[in-house]
Design a protein around this ligand. Sequence first.
Ligand code: URA
Length: 212
Amino acid sequence: MQTLVVDHPLVAHKLTTLRDVRTDSPTFRRLADELVTLLAYEATRDVRVTDVTVDTPLAPAHGVRLARPAPLVVPILRAGLGMLDGMTRLLPTAEVGFLGMIRDESTLKAQTYATRLPEDLSGRQCYVLDPMLATGGTLAAAVHFLFDRGAEDVTAICLLAAPEGLAHLDEAFQGIGKPIRVVTAALDERLNENGYIVPGLGDAGDRLYGVV
Ligand code: URA
């Protein structure tokens, strides 16, 4: 597994305001959206393209277009939904599938409660959106789900990651023979006893949407 912590002053600036407990929900939503677009720029470095020729007003020119089949973007509900617009801004022709997963707060294990994805993901590049890579249980379950349907490679975009989550993914996908990448704005210190990332930014879903 490959991990990329995006080192850029604009990423650090937006993340700092996201972390701030005084940041209200509308500001949090806007900044998360902007931050995802910056992360998406790095995360799509390996997106597949095909060579084309276009006619400029003067002469033919070599160029590229996104290859078919289109990449699949998969936000993990609920909090991943807050990352979708930021991602599709860069990849407007991507298809979007949905995975509803919830973490059982007593066992910290992921349970799937909704899926809306193509049955056959053969040859597809997939981008999973999950703001907080904490224990890694939810993300590992999502990646397994996509690989089981034939996905070619999976890139996860996370606002924040914990070392425990990265270690979990490393172990879960050792020797699987398919590329997995995690792109994040920061690698934080640790998880607390409730499975929250420290220092983190709190509950991403609650901060995006208000406590439900
Ligand atoms: N989910 C969150 O929203 N925040 C954390 O810190 C961990 C998991």
